[in-house]
Design a protein around this ligand. Structure first.
Ligand code: SAJ
Length: 434
């Protein structure tokens, strides 16, 4: 089959490669010419494990080609971004609309259009369908239209593309069956048929919302546990020994381009968000909580330096969208030194003046030059405190003896609980955790 994949991002790219490796003739299209140039040159910028080799193989074999223009195809797969407007908390569907406008003139009788991007319920039916039907073909009988949400975990995308169950909801049963047939070629798990596209859209949002609310619960438990002098992770682990309890882990906030946004999509055409909205605020509030706790423990210094380790939104990946590490850094920078009047007084009495905190950032996975990331030894040199915001493997093996000579202060906030706390405490560090 000819498949045109619209959007060469973190879902479109691996999906195109897998479709090519399972026998299809795949064309990757993107409106960003640099993505097409990169693909044509075989330049793969993603750190996603296994993606590079799969793409190179697909490009070398000719099964995958990059195109600056969309092409007619038996299947059109829409894998474009659907950002959240942070002000209105509504989904920006302009890329989905643009894709539909692109596909409409290319559509032939019998073709299939599948939307994979995460969208508010009813997007396929109410936004995509009217644009595609404009030139006269009817969805469900003359062409086929479905939503099949991607559910892959960044860092394990290639594996999960084939191993995760898949949900397909089409406009009419023919759309569902024909869309499901495409996934049948490479998905080794079950393909579930939803009654319609809106159910499939809704289910995807519910899955990410479930995770967000569960993490919010873990974060609230961490704050409560701190007030009672209880270790939150130990308590959660013990709580999870119950057969019907499964609480996730606390952390410095929920990052990534999906979980912090998708719950709001459920409120796109509904005003029923309640617990879900609270959970979002709890998770977004973790940066403030971490900074408050840190400043409470930070000995009074006129102009303290804080090293933030980990800008990626989670461990061992290069993606820093909605980064908790950056949220912490920004919060620190916005706080002139203190968390309390007593601290302000202490600083002034010590002869210091109130200045902003000097925040230094480290992350060897993230490559964005605009972030002013520095090497680890420079970030820690003379630092008064260190915050670990991401669970990159290399942070777990940091040596407290070495850091003793490098850092000025002895305060560490290990928000991901990656350090061996006893060892660090024995080396004289004051270790805070969530
Ligand atoms: N996090 C915690 N505590 C935890 C687990 C995660 O604080 O116990 C944090 C992470 O550190 C990270 C954020 O949550 O900052 C999100 O990470 P994640 O690993 O939970 O999820 P994502 O955003 O990488 O991928 C999610 C996945 N959704 C679910 O697991 C329900 C993935 O399957 C989806 O395909 C993806 O969103 C998506 O594209 O929607």
């Amino acid at each position: 089959m000819t498949v045109c994949v619209h959007g060469m991002g973190y879902i479109g790219l691996p999906t195109a490669a897998i479709l090519a490796s399972s026998g299809h003739d795949v064309v990757g299209y993107d409106t960003d010419p640099s993505k097409i140039d990169d693909l044509e040159a075989g330049t793969i910028r993603s750190e996603e494990p296994g993606l590079r080799s799969l793409l190179i193989e697909a490009l070398d074999s000719g099964a995958l080609t990059a195109s600056p223009d969309p092409v007619p195809a038996a299947y059109h797969l829409i894998c474009v971004p659907t950002p959240l407007d942070h002000e209105t908390k509504r989904a920006d569907l302009s890329y989905v609309v643009a894709s539909a406008e692109t596909i409409a003139p290319l559509l032939r009788e019998g073709d299939t259009v599948i939307l994979e991007s995460t969208v508010p319920p009813r997007t396929t039916e109410d936004i995509l369908r009217p644009i595609l039907e404009r030139d006269g073909f009817e969805a469900g009988s003359e062409f086929y239209l479905a939503h099949s949400p991607e559910t892959v975990l960044p860092g394990d995308v290639i594996n999960e593309l084939t191993k995760n169950d898949r949900i397909v909801g089409g406009v009419g049963t023919n759309s569902t069956t024909i869309a499901a047939a495409l996934y049948d070629g490479f998905v080794e798990a079950e393909i579930h048929q939803a009654p319609d596209p809106s159910t499939a859209e809704f289910v995807k949002l519910v899955q990410n919302t479930y995770r967000d609310v569960n993490i919010a619960l873990a974060n609230e438990i961490a704050k409560l546990a701190a007030d009672y002098g209880v270790d939150s992770r130990g308590a959660i682990s013990l709580a999870n020994t119950h057969p019907r309890v499964d609480i996730l882990q606390p952390g410095p906030g929920v990052g990534g381009h999906c979980i912090p946004l998708d719950p709001w999509f459920l409120g796109h055409e509904s005003d029923q968000l309640d617990v879900i909205a609270r959970a979002r605020h709890v998770n977004d509030g973790m940066a403030d909580y971490v900074v408050d706790q840190l400043l409470e423990h930070l000995p009074s210094t006129p102009n303290p330096t804080v090293a933030v380790l980990g800008i990626a939104y989670k461990g061992n990946i290069d993606d820093y969208r909605e980064s908790p590490g950056l949220a912490i850094a920004r919060t620190l920078q916005a706080r002139p030194i203190t968390g309390s009047e007593e601290r302000e007084m202490a600083v002034v009495l010590d002869g210091g003046s109130l200045q902003n905190i000097d925040v230094r950032l480290h992350d060897d996975h993230v490559t964005d030059q605009t972030l002013d990331l520095q090497p680890l030894d420079e970030v820690l040199d003379g630092a008064d405190a260190m915050i670990i915001a991401t669970d990159h493997d290399e942070y777990a093996t940091l040596d407290p003896e070495e850091l003793q000579s490098l850092m000025d202060g002895r305060l560490v906030f290990d928000t991901r609980a990656v350090l061996r706390k006893a060892e660090w405490t024995a080396a004289g560090f004051d270790v805070l955790t969530l």
